[in-house]
Write a protein that binds this ligand. Structure first.
Ligand code: IVH
Length: 669
């Protein structure tokens, strides 16, 4: 006789959970994906027919659909402390000596673990069932993100042994290959990229829709168990117990009896960490016996019985094939290193900016050199130095040319800047960069007009500047090499659609020096039309609050120039808007509702300007980092705010990434 639905569900739930565990925790599935899906399908159907029989530990409940707008705050039963950090082996030795002094005559043992570079999470189980998943937050209270936590397949919903109550802590993280896939998808969707797997993890955990979180395929390593009344005598045993309970515990943990064992472990992983499929930022050394841990206690911030040894920023060596010069929209010539592709801290690197001529000279970077690349947690890779021992005898210092590498116009060095500039506004590189800027998402948003097509249009002579875009005809575009008719038609449609963009976007799209999206908006709000702006003196423009002398001078000079004015007339005839309808539009509000902190010094904008930019894009700039902060932008010499953001798992962007996000990047790197 067929089983009753209740009995069948009763059997299916533990069976599917067991398969999930074998697949996600042990990595040893015993059935095929297809068989699994069949069982899951059967369960889903039964549950759909009998919703009253849905069990809380059913695998279908991992992806709930109970959307919560904000996450409730929960006070941790026991504060989630952080670890004391050090980069020095000597300090690890001192740590061990200190413990020996404090616990004389005791046999001491340590557990060494990898420090996983992810986001800390606290899980509460009642009668073996997962009831709560909470972020670390500020250590005292975190956010209840239970629906999102349930989507993480390596977190058991039901423990394999019944324990009345326990708390498990550990790290949520992302595998490198999954991280790359997420970013690839985002690139396709024209979304901003995550700087590293940790940011992607933090961002994913805060998503409002658990179904989206499930797609991020996060993982979890448990490293702490608190089960009042039945604690194990040692940390090592807790970890083993966690494994028996169904958690994934990092297998690279070791028991160490001596300081030499500890040091050997640190040294091994400092070298080998790149072989792991996930990011680690150090190792953790923990005194093993729980009674000894208790004797040592903790400060308000961190336990005295544990310490983290942090790895220095990840470095790799690679060959620098060439130094190429990239001419930006405003004519600034930037040296860029073309590298033999290498994998570094979570992504493959094949190009790195060398910033400017002075930097190349100071570091004496030459074509053919082997260079050391470094990538800290969040930053774009830097060329740190040259391995001169590996330099070819015939190599010669890089010579910055006197003329533009693209149009041969003599280069000039700005008095006040380190930048070197091509002053020919007709330079094909500048023309291309200008068109790219004009077409970009935050400017005219002309879909389909990407880098390759811009190159083609300029190289074939079809387009000599922004002004020619609107006289392109379908036949000539369709006749371009590798151009499908449908893409040509899409481009024509996108060009037509872009004519509806409001004046502030058009003004920004022109790419006038110092006129970013925010300034363009201020100008359109204050002057209303291009004609009025042209009639206004530089002083009167400067009289507007938020407009400085450099900006006023730049826009004034641009509009007095006959070539520029001819371009504007051409665009106006084509149907573009040079008059503000009412209030300017607010752009594609990428930062809508987000709280953003800017710290350190930025090179493109002053602090005020950067904050204004945040507002333009819908965000709220604030000065201090808290768990309410969504994003932090770090400039040079960012200090404690960045550290705090790291601790809280807040998304961190450097200046370049921020500029790209708000559509104000000058290079296409
Ligand atoms: S133990 C009281 N073990 O590092 C100590 N932490 O600042 C609790 N982390 O917030 C942490 N891997 O997010 C511990 N194997 C590990 C870890 C680890 C990563 C993180 C954790 C914590 C931070 C310490």
């Amino acid at each position: 006789m067929a089983k009753s639905p209740a009995a069948r569900i009763e059997a299916l739930v533990p069976e599917l959970n067991e398969h999930n565990y074998r697949y996600n925790v042990l990595g040893q599935p015993t059935i095929s994906d297809q068989e699994f899906d069949k069982l899951l399908h059967e369960l889903t159907n039964l549950e759909a027919a009998h919703p009253d029989l849905i069990r809380p530990d059913s695998p279908t409940q991992r992806v709930g659909s109970d959307l919560s707008k904000t996450f409730p705050t929960v006070v941790h039963d026991v504060p989630m402390l952080s670890l004391d950090n050090t980069y020095s082996e000597d300090e690890i030795r001192e740590f061990e000596t200190r413990i020996r002094r404090e616990l004389p005559d005791e046999k001491l043992r340590y557990v060494t673990e990898l420090k996983i570079d992810g986001v800390a999470l606290s899980l509460t189980y009642e009668n073996g069932l997962l009831v709560r998943g909470v972020t670390r937050g500020d250590g005292l209270q975190g956010e209840d993100i239970t629906p999102n936590v349930k989507t993480i397949q390596s977190i058991p919903i039901r423990l394999k042994e019944p324990i009345p109550y326990c708390e498990v802590r550990g790290e949520v993280y992302l595998h490198h290959d999954i991280f790359s896939a997420i970013n690839k998808d985002r690139e396709k969707e024209k979304e901003s990229l995550f700087a590293n797997p940790r940011n992607a993890t933090a961002g994913s955990l805060k998503l409002q829709d658990p179904r989206l979180v499930a797609k991020r395929r996060l993982s979890f390593f448990a490293y702490f168990l608190r089960a009042p009344g039945e604690s194990d005598p040692s940390h090592a045993e807790s970890l083993d117990r966690l494994e028996r309970l169904g958690f994934s515990v990092n297998p690279e943990r070791r028991l160490c009896n001596t300081i030499e064992d500890i040091v050997a472990y640190l040294q091994k992983w400092e070298k080998k960490r790149e072989t792991l499929p996930y990011n680690t930022d150090g190792t953790v050394i923990k005194l093993d016996a729980l009674d000894q841990q208790q004797k040592l206690g903790a400060t308000s911030k961190s336990p005295r019985w544990a310490i983290a040894f942090k790895f220095s920023a990840q470095q790799v060596q690679t060959k620098l094939h060439r130094i190429v010069l990239q001419v930006g929209r405003t004519g600034v010539v930037t040296p860029v290193a073309e590298l033999e592709p290498v994998f570094l801290a979570g992504s493959t690197v094949s190009r790195a900016t060398l910033h400017n001529a002075e930097e190349v000279e100071r570091k004496d970077i030459r074509a053919g050199d082997t260079v050391i690349l470094e990538k800290g947690g969040d930053v774009i890779p830097k060329v740190i130095s040259v391995v001169t021992a590996k330099r070819s005898k015939t190599s010669t210092p890089f010579e910055f040319p006197d003329t533009c590498p693209v149009c041969d116009t003599p280069l000039v060095k700005d008095e006040s800047e380190v930048a070197i500039r091509c002053t020919n506004s007709q330079c094909p590189a500048q023309v291309k960069a200008n068109i790219r800027h004009f077409a970009s998402r935050t400017a005219m948003d002309i879909e389909g007009l990407g880098i390759a097509l811009v190159d083609q249009l300029v190289d074939t002579g079809l387009v000599q500047g922004v002004g020619d875009l609107y006289s392109l005809d379908f036949e000539s575009v369709a006749a371009l090499e590798r151009m499908a008719e449908i893409s040509a038609q899409n481009l024509m449609d996108a060009l037509e659609a872009s004519k509806a963009q409001p004046f502030n976007r058009v003004l920004f799209a022109l790419g006038i020096r110092h006129i970013g999206a925010t300034v363009a908006r201020t100008l359109t709000d204050n002057f209303g039309s291009i004609d009025r702006l042209r009639e206004t003196s530089a002083e009167d423009i400067e009289a507007v609050h938020e407009i400085g002398a450099a900006i006023a001078e730049s826009i004034h000079a641009y509009l007095q120039d006959e070539t520029h004015w001819a371009l504007i007339e051409k665009l106006r005839t084509a149907g573009l808007t040079f008059e503000a309808e009412q209030k300017a539009d607010t752009g594609p509000r990428i930062l809508e509702g987000k709280t953003v902190v800017i710290t350190g010094s930025l090179t493109r904008w002053g602090r005020q300007q950067a904050q204004d930019l945040v507002r333009t894009h819908g965000g709220k700039p604030t000065s201090s980092v808290s768990k309410k902060t969504d994003l932090i932008v770090v400039g040079e010499n960012a200090g404690s705010k960045k550290d705090k953001a790291e601790q809280l798992g807040i998304e961190i962007l450097d200046e370049e990434a921020f500029a790209r996000l708000v559509g104000e990047a000058d290079t296409s790197l």
